[in-house]
Design a protein around this ligand. Structure first.
Ligand code: C5P
Length: 324
């Protein structure tokens, strides 16, 4: 998380005041899943990369109490409504409430407007990015001035990916994926994302992995990140990085949607060094050797009827981009 460019104003919070926060989606370069803990979460060892596909979250202080949420564009709003309601159960509303230890929500309402670019239920932490952006927005609007560590601790209560969406960059995640340490990266990597029209449920993917492992009588040890991947990232050697990309959730993902295998092969034939499932899928992330190669692959895939886009990372986590 960068030092904020926008210091909180020295006047009290005022109705009509607005802040816009941009938070990136992520892909996982490695996602190693251990066994299920009594909490229902799985122990993870993962490498997160934030990419320049952003959620823009604009939060306004309103006179009317309560939290209202809008999502645009309209097509995304329809899909979002099938995944998560736009009321108090929405993760952004929970984020605002979690940060409000001073009772600011008894003085002002909030309107949270989300412009979605990260696919819904696509394995790229779009909902977690919205929650991270809301924490940063409320911290500013309510003049809380919380430390980065405090925001991370609140983020952790909201979901396993929310801390990373706050911090961004390239990071190792252990525990539930919420205990982060930055990884030194020498360069940007270029990726082509391929979206699916239908999303996956993250809990379903973890549950399916457990079932597949049980059926195979697989022994599940503690998850570890390969040293080869970390060393490749350190060197910035893209071919070596490609060789060590790994995602345990790929197995349940292709089990649920076998057409993903064909898409992966197709993108690799067209020039991706490696293609893997992003997070719990079904978005696919193809690593390519350069920006030019990414443009070429994305346009070839689009020509072939796929929904594809070129992204790059690492980029910063949730950041204020405008105040009104
Ligand atoms: O933390 P979050 O709400 O994003 O997680 C969604 C679901 O994904 C969890 O309820 C759990 O089923 C699964 N999950 C898991 N282990 C993790 C992270 C997520 O089993 N480390």
């Amino acid at each position: 998380m960068r030092t904020p460019r926008f210091a909180a104003p020295d006047y009290p919070p005022t109705v009509g005041e607005k802040v816009r926060v941009r938070a990136p989606g992520k892909i996982n370069l490695a996602l190693n899943v251990g066994s299920k803990e009594p909490s229902g979460y799985h122990e993870l060892a993962t490498v997160f990369l934030s990419v320049d596909l952003y959620e823009d979250v604009t939060v306004t202080l309103t006179e009317e109490l309560g939290i209202s949420i809008t999502i645009n564009p309209a097509s995304q709003a329809q899909q979002a409504a099938t995944v998560t309601p736009l009321g108090e159960d929405n993760l952004v509303a929970k984020a605002a409430r979690a940060l409000d230890s001073n009772g600011l929500l008894d003085l002002f309402g909030l309107h949270i407007d989300i412009t979605k670019n990260v696919p819904i239920a696509g394995g790229m932490a779009g909902g977690s990015a919205d929650a991270a952006a809301t924490l940063v927005a409320c911290d500013y609007l309510w003049r809380l001035g919380h430390s980065r560590e405090h925001l991370i601790s609140v983020a952790r209560e909201l979901g396993a990916d929310v801390p990373f969406c706050l911090v961004g960059g390239l990071a190792l995640g252990v525990g539930r994926g919420d205990q982060l340490s930055p990884i030194l990266s020498r360069s940007y990597t270029h990726w082509v994302l391929m979206f699916s029209s239908k999303g996956f449920s993250t809990p379903d993917m973890f549950a399916m992995l457990d079932r597949l492992r049980e059926a195979d009588g697989e022994d599940v040890g503690p998850p570890e990140i390969s040293h080869e991947l970390l060393s490749a990232l350190n060197h910035g050697d893209v071919e070596e990085i490609a060789a060590y990309l790994h995602n345990d959730l790929q197995r349940p993902a292709v089990y649920l949607d076998a057409s993903l295998v064909g898409k992966i092969d197709f993108a690799e034939v067209l020039g991706a060094l490696r293609v893997i499932i992003s997070g719990s899928g079904p978005t696919l992330a193809g690593l390519v050797e350069s920006e030019d190669a990414a443009h070429l692959l994305a346009s070839d895939l689009i020509e072939q009827g796929f929904d594809a886009v070129h992204v790059t990372g690492p980029v910063s986590g949730a950041t204020i981009i405008a105040t009104y």
